[in-house]
Structures are given as structure tokens and as C-alpha cells.
Design a binder for this molecule. Structure first.
Ligand SMILES: [Zn+2]
Length: 212
């Protein structure tokens, strides 16, 4: 778990490859079902085409199908799921009923809000090649892409007020989920500030400690 801008997808990728387990994200599962033309994919697409959220039952059925695949038999890392307490409760029941399994650990990437705002609101996207630059880290003084000469712009999603709003929404929706997993005794918070490799190392250290 982690707020937008915490580097969740990147960390999930590194941790999963380090543990030799598949990284299972709802985004990937949706795309696979839709492009594979499955019944669940067809249903999900109807909601997505209307701009509606895909209902929990469909999401959970897709997750169950994905967890049934061979590569997940010895473990998996979920990214972006569950998103709310009802999904977490259903996941818990499903793991137990289908496989007599349970989640071992929930990692929460903890970041300072101002740091997330600085990370995201400093991003500039090239209008020609799509490369993303950062005003501080890449020391961008001009609005020109060093790769292709294209003009850089700030995506709406990266505007400071939009980022602050997304963080508020995340805190509201996620606070109950944090309590849920804290009550289950499997929540570990990781400081997610600083270089990507250091954060990965902290996460792996937490997993090693947990495994004893
Ligand atoms: Zn460019």
C-alpha cells in the first residue's frame, strides 16, 4: 500500500523479482482480461467504457482467477489491491476457502506529504517524446526536452492542488484499511523517502525480519 507518488509500482516490481513471485496488479489483470476477451473482461469493459468503477465482485473474481494460475502457487505480491476494507475481507475469506492460505505481510510505504507534492508537482512531460523530467533532480532551467527538443509541460495530474486532493482521497479511503491490517497484526510501515534502492532495501529487510 502507498499513496500516489510513493513509488509503489516500482517497489512492487523490485520486491517481487527479488522474491521470485509474480507481481499481481489489478491494472494488469484488467488489461489481460479485456484483451483476452474473457467473460469477466467483457463485463469489466462495460463499466470502464461508461467511466464507472468496476464493481468489487468482478475485480475479486479476476483476482481469484489470476491467483489460481501456476506461477502464484508459491506466493505472490499484490499491487493496488485490496483498495478498501470490504475487498480485504473478501480476499481473506477467499484465500482461506480456496487455498487455506492467508496474507503474510502488508507493506505500507510511508512518505511525507510535502515530499510527494515536491516529487509529483516538479514533473514535466515532453510533449513530443513523452519523457518525464524533474525540475529539481534534472536541474531543468528551461522547458525544453534535452532528448528531442520538444516543449515540456505539466500534466494536470501533477498540478500541486490536484496532487494534494489525491493524497486527501487516499488518506480517507485507506485509513480504515491500514487499521484493518494493523488489527490483523501483519502491517509493516516502511519509510519510502530517499533513493529507490534504499527503499527497496528497507522493504526486503522488513520481509526478512518477518520471516525470522
Ligand atoms: Zn522529448
Amino acid at each position: 500500500m502507498g499513496p500516489p507518488g510513493a513509488g509503489k509500482g516500482t517497489q512492487a516490481q523490485f520486491i517481487a523479482s527479488h522474491l521470485s513471485v509474480p507481481k499481481i496488479s489489478t491494472g494488469d489483470i484488467f488489461r489481460a482480461n479485456v484483451s483476452g476477451g474473457t467473460e469477466l473482461g467483457r463485463q469489466a469493459k462495460q463499466y470502464m467504457d461508461r467511466g464507472d468503477l468496476v464493481p468489487d465482485e468482478i475485480t475479486i473474481a479476476m483476482v481469484r482467477d489470476r491467483l489460481s494460475e501456476d506461477d502464484a502457487r508459491h506466493g505472490f505480491l499484490l499491487d493496488g489491491f485490496p483498495r478498501n476494507v470490504p475487498q480485504a475481507q473478501t480476499l481473506k475469506k477467499m484465500l482461506d476457502a480456496e487455498w487455506g492460505a492467508k496474507l503474510d505481510l502488508v507493506l505500507e510505504l510511508v512518505v511525507d506529504e510535502d515530499e510527494v507534492v515536491r516529487r509529483l508537482s516538479g514533473r514535466r512531460t515532453c510533449s513530443q517524446c513523452g519523457k518525464i523530467w524533474h525540475v529539481d533532480w534534472d536541474d531543468k532551467k528551461d522547458d525544453i526536452c534535452d532528448e528531442c527538443g520538444g516543449r515540456l509541460f505539466q500534466r494536470d495530474d501533477d498540478r500541486e492542488d490536484v496532487v494534494r486532493h489525491r493524497l486527501e482521497v487516499y488518506q480517507e479511503q485507506t485509513a480504515p484499511l491500514v487499521s484493518f491490517y494493523a488489527d490483523e497484526g501483519i502491517l509493516v510501515g516502511i519509510d519510502a523517502t530517499g533513493p529507490v534502492e534504499e527503499v527497496t532495501e528497507r522493504a526486503l529487510e522488513a520481509i526478512r525480519r518477518f520471516r525470522g
